[in-house]
Ligand binder design. Structure first.
Ligand SMILES: NC(=O)c1ccc[n+]([C@@H]2O[C@H](COP(=O)([O-])OP(=O)(O)OC[C@H]3O[C@@H](n4cnc5c(N)ncnc54)[C@H](OP(=O)(O)O)[C@@H]3O)[C@@H](O)[C@H]2O)c1
Length: 257
């Protein structure tokens, strides 16, 4: 019998994360959703169970943008699970401040992935995904550090998440943990007024990228919503650049020598 995959999905209580959780309906999995709001988490569990009554799904609550809660949540998960096969970092927002952007849309993914690395390592095929935005904006947008307005903060999070994938893939390579970015397409969510009105509630590619053997060895890359690799400029998003930009935000473990 196929071993159940253990899947943790941050932001799994809404929008993209919930759509990702639903993409596992046909695959034997144990899914743990993460969010802050209990009522939302219960509703998400019920929605998944109504679609797939035999699904094994639960939730954990915590503010991932708080390093202490981020650590506590990872510890709670590890006390109840002996391994983690798949981690989707989909918790995110449209940040009102630079500090919230840095904490939630960048640091929380780095902290949680490292906080869970020892349990990911116990999987025979650990895969981590960072949910990100439009490929064209990431390919064309400049990498800069100022975050004066909403546009700056949006571009900052897209470019810095892409650099984060480069760093995490490198840092976790010797642990055999693969780390990639995923653009989920436009998905109905609470993110913005216009995403509430989107018709799409599926990210069908998510479970395929997370489980199919043809994606097993790919790391440090960027997938679009069709599962195609998005080409990135290595000078812009390579390891050297990633380290020099992200060292002011993250306690990097990367040794470039
Ligand atoms: N929707 C789209 O079309 C689209 C397209 C491309 C990329 N994305 C990206 O997808 C990600 C998720 O957005 P979404 O559209 O799914 O928005 P959403 O419907 O607002 O969902 C956000 C999720 O993140 C959780 N969350 C937010 N802050 C958190 C925190 N501090 N700690 C723990 N959990 C937190 C929320 O739960 P609680 O509020 O209960 O904490 C919720 O489950 C974002 O990074 C967004 O940029 C979305």
């Amino acid at each position: 019998m196929m071993k159940k995959k253990v899947v943790l999905i941050t932001g799994g209580t809404s929008g993209v994360g919930l759509a990702i959780a639903k993409s596992f309906a046909e695959i034997p999995t144990e899914i743990v959703l993460v969010g802050r709001n209990r009522a939302r988490a219960i509703a998400a569990v019920q929605e998944i169970q109504s679609l797939s009554p035999s699904s094994d799904v639960s939730y954990l609550l915590g503010d991932l943008a708080d390093p202490t809660e981020n650590k506590r949540l990872a510890t709670t998960f590890m006390t109840t699970h002996s391994r983690l096969d798949i981690l989707f970092n989909s918790a995110g927002n449209i940040p009102k401040t630079a500090s919230n952007n840095i904490a939630l849309n960048l640091q929380s993914h780095y902290w949680l992935t490292h906080n869970l690395a020892s349990t990911l390592e116990k999987s025979d095929d650990p895969r981590v995904f960072i949910i990100t935005g439009m490929p064209l904006a990431i390919q064309l947008g400049p990498v800069y550090e100022h975050q004066f307005n909403l546009v700056d903060r949006g571009l900052w999070l897209l470019t810095h998440k892409t650099l984060l994938v480069t760093i995490l893939a490198h840092e976790l390579k010797s642990w055999h943990i693969k780390v990639n970015a995923l653009f989920p397409g436009g998905v109905q969510s609470d993110l913005l007024p216009w995403t509430k009105n989107l018709g799409n509630t599926e990210v069908a590619i998510a479970s395929k990228l997370a489980t199919q053997s043809r994606y097993q060895t790919i790391t440090g890359q960027f997938f679009d919503d069709k599962g195609n690799l998005v080409r990135l400029n290595n000078r812009k998003y390579g390891l050297k650049r990633a380290k020099s930009v992200l060292k002011r935000y993250l306690p990097l473990k990367t040794d470039l020598n």
